[in-house]
Write a protein that binds this ligand. Structure first.
Ligand code: VTB
Ligand code: MG
Ligand code: MG
Length: 333
């Protein structure tokens, strides 16, 4: 259940307005990267999103620290881990993926989104840029209906039973990767349909939680930072998610331990381990996908579609915004 109101704290008192401030941040990143859709230049698209997002944060009334960002200070000029953002206010941790699906944007393929999540300080897992194993299902199901450590056959059977369906009715979503070939083969053999994504497991994970999408379960490994962003969204819609960091060597494991002292890096992570306390989440579509419509560009205006959510109320809002370039500094070059 969404956490109940426990009386106003500085964050809780202001987070309704803050949610709308966050939409502006993901909208700005989407408007900037949308200029690069289909141009085959993913780094330019990403750079435009990062810069626009960084600028948009300047007017948000928080004392923010980036904990999931574009990398270490020496490898990212903006939105690096540890960077302070916001113009002052409650102490918050920020998780960003300014352009989730840079390839999707460069190739004008579905599902590129811009993403931000906020939590009170200390409440996001500090995830290194490695892989995470993930499993996500939507709200209204018995706790533990699926488990990262159970076989895919067992998970599909239990999920079907809980939904009063058969496995044949279920749609499993995962990234199309060689490492998922066994998962895909076994899920299909068990009777499920498998929806493959070329990229973008944040949108895929959220799709598993929304009644507007056909996806029943998201499974597979993808970026750990994306896992934390997905966890924030799943918290807001009261879905279920488990994750586990995947290490290629001991250096990666030691790094995860250093980032989260005292916590076993190999443990199975629940939602609260990845995104605890009240959280806010916002995403804006860059290219049209299952979750959101992309930026609709016109010469002097653009239309954006965003999803903004608060864990405290459990409200999800789809926000359609019409941006007038004539009154802003976004006039086309
Ligand atoms: C993952 C996934 C992302 O890139 O990080 C993926 O979480 C990269 O995976 O959503 P590979 O190394 O297997 O290509 C995304 O799909 C897009 O950022
Ligand atoms: Mg990125
Ligand atoms: Mg990404």
């Amino acid at each position: 259940m969404p956490e109940s109101s426990v009386g106003p704290t500085p964050f809780l008192a202001s987070d309704r307005n803050l949610a709308l401030e966050l939409v502006r941040v993901t909208e700005a990143a989407a408007l900037a990267s949308a200029r690069w859709t289909g141009r085959g230049r993913k780094n330019d698209a990403d750079g435009a999103a990062v810069e626009a997002m960084r600028t948009a944060f300047d007017t948000v009334a928080i004392d923010g620290t980036v904990v999931i960002g574009e990398g270490e200070m020496d490898e990212a000029p903006m939105l690096y881990i540890g960077e302070k953002v916001g113009c002052g206010g409650p102490a918050m941790d920020i998780a960003v993926d300014p352009l989730e699906g840079t390839n999707l944007c460069a190739k004008d393929m579905p599902n590129a989104i811009t993403v931000v999540a906020l939590a009170e300080r200390g409440n996001f897992l500090h995830a290194p840029d490695i892989y995470m194993d993930k499993i996500v299902v939507g709200p209204g199901l018995p706790e533990g209906v699926v488990d990262l450590d159970a076989s895919i056959e067992t998970n599909l059977k239990n999920l079907a039973r809980a939904k009063n369906l058969t496995v044949q009715d279920l749609v499993l979503c995962t990234l199309e990767r060689d490492r998922h070939q066994e998962l895909i083969t076994r899920a299909r053999a068990a009777g499920a349909r498998v929806r493959l994504l070329t990229d973008g497991d944040v949108a895929g994970g959220i799709a598993a939680c929304l009644s507007t999408s056909e996806v029943d379960i998201y499974v597979g490994s993808g970026g750990a930072p994306e896992g934390v962003l997905t966890a924030a969204a799943v918290r807001c819609v009261d879905g279920q998610m488990q994750g586990r960091l995947l290490f290629e060597d001991d250096t990666q494991r030691e790094r995860a331990l250093a980032m989260n002292p005292g916590k076993s890096p190999d443990r199975k992570l629940g939602l609260q381990d990845m995104a605890a306390g009240p959280v806010l989440f916002s995403a804006t579509g860059v290219t049209t996908g299952a979750l959101l419509r992309g930026v609709h560009q016109h010469p002097y205006h653009a239309v954006t579609h965003s999803l903004v959510m608060r864990s405290k109320s459990g409200t999800s809002r789809f926000v359609e915004a019409h941006h007038n370039f004539r009154t802003k500094n976004w006039a086309p070059e």
